[in-house]
Ligand binder design. Structure first.
Ligand code: RI2
Length: 320
């Protein structure tokens, strides 16, 4: 049951945030591997592939999801018995979960080194890893202040301000459309990412592109905190990241929408910030300018230009 339950929680956003989604998927695949009656390696693989497909179909944008699935499912490679396949999946899943948690801690330290004593930081949405950078800077004794956006329509900003408040960090809570009004009070923007493309574009919560645009205009630096498993290998082939569009009812209640037959509510969950609006991407391997995204995909995710054609041939994005 764990796989359908996890899939449902990811769809409904009870489990959300790109990193947490990646870890939840690895955990679900691991628990599924342990629960599947292990007959022969072929049947075991089929069962695992069915589970992986269910998880992959939940949300289309965060690349941590297909990357985590890919990393865990590689545990099946070379297994000749179901027991070997099971052990491979469990090992890869545990490794992924551990290294993901370690990556967040490492990025916190790297990211905090870019935050100066006295800085006022703007963050958008609720990113575990962006917040880790901010709270680490505070822990190091830097005096900082934060502006956090509300994040319509799902109000993830509330989670952010609770974390900041609990850490004792002076925080201002603003509506999304107030960013440009406050941008001259800001020294640094720190946000997370759902996906980073090979050309360094950052896909993150809707509104991030507007934040970055305002920052660029005001000459405020933008830092993106992103683990290497948020880089999107398939963009090497020029494929685009699919932007999830969620139900209009998240924006406008159905009973109101029903009275407005000429109105369509649009609710894209993410937008794309071009590389030129991003100053630095902080990964657990170090900080890079966005233009170096290919190096992460090649050297740390192990995907070269040829790997795709050898493994899959040209397919659509995110394994769909
Ligand atoms: P971490 C979230 O997406 C936000 O866009 C956030 O910036 C990004 O994932 C990265 O989050 P959603 O799941 O992995 O709220 O840094 O739609 O926590």
């Amino acid at each position: 049951m764990i796989v359908p339950e996890t899939a449902e929680k990811i769809k409904s956003m009870e489990i959300r945030g790109a990193g947490r989604i990646g870890r939840a998927v690895a955990e679900a695949l691991r628990d599924h591997a342990l629960a599947v009656p292990a007959r022969d390696a072929g049947a075991f693989r089929q069962e695992m592939e069915r589970a992986a497909a269910l998880l992959l179909a939940t949300r289309p944008t965060a690349v941590s999801l297909p990357n985590a699935v890919h990393i865990v499912m590689a545990g099946l490679e070379g297994a000749t018995t179901a027991e070997e396949a099971q052990a491979g999946v469990v090992r890869r899943a545990d490794d992924f979960i551990r290294s993901s948690q370690h990556a967040v801690e490492q990025i916190a330290v790297f990211g905090a080194s870019h935050i100066r004593d006295g800085d006022t930081i703007l963050t958008h949405c609720n990113s575990e890893v962006a917040l880790a950078c901010i709270t680490e800077a505070h822990r190091q004794g830097k005096e900082i202040e934060v502006f956090a956006t509300e994040v319509r329509p799902r109000n993830q900003g509330l989670i952010t301000i609770r974390t900041l408040n609990d850490a004792g960090i002076k925080t201002n809570f603003i509506v999304d459309s107030a960013v440009r009004s406050f941008i001259h009070d800001i020294d640094l923007v720190v946000v997370g990412a759902d996906a980073v493309t090979v050309n360094g574009a950052v896909v993150n919560k809707i509104g991030t592109a507007q934040v970055a645009h305002s920052a660029k205009e005001a000459r405020v630096n933008v830092i993106v905190a992103a683990e290497t498993y948020k880089f999107a290998p398939r963009t090497i082939l020029g494929e685009l990241i699919r932007i999830e569009e969620r139900a209009g009812s998240e924006v406008l209640a159905d009973e109101i929408a029903r009275t407005l037959p000429h109105v369509t509510v649009r609710n894209p969950a993410f937008d794309v910030t071009p590389a030129e609006y991003v100053d630095l991407i902080v990964t657990e391997q170090g900080a890079i300018p966005p233009q170096m995204a290919y190096v992460i995909i090649r050297d740390y995710l192990g995907w070269g230009i040829n790997t795709f054609h050898e493994t899959f041939g040209p397919e659509s994005p995110n394994g769909e």
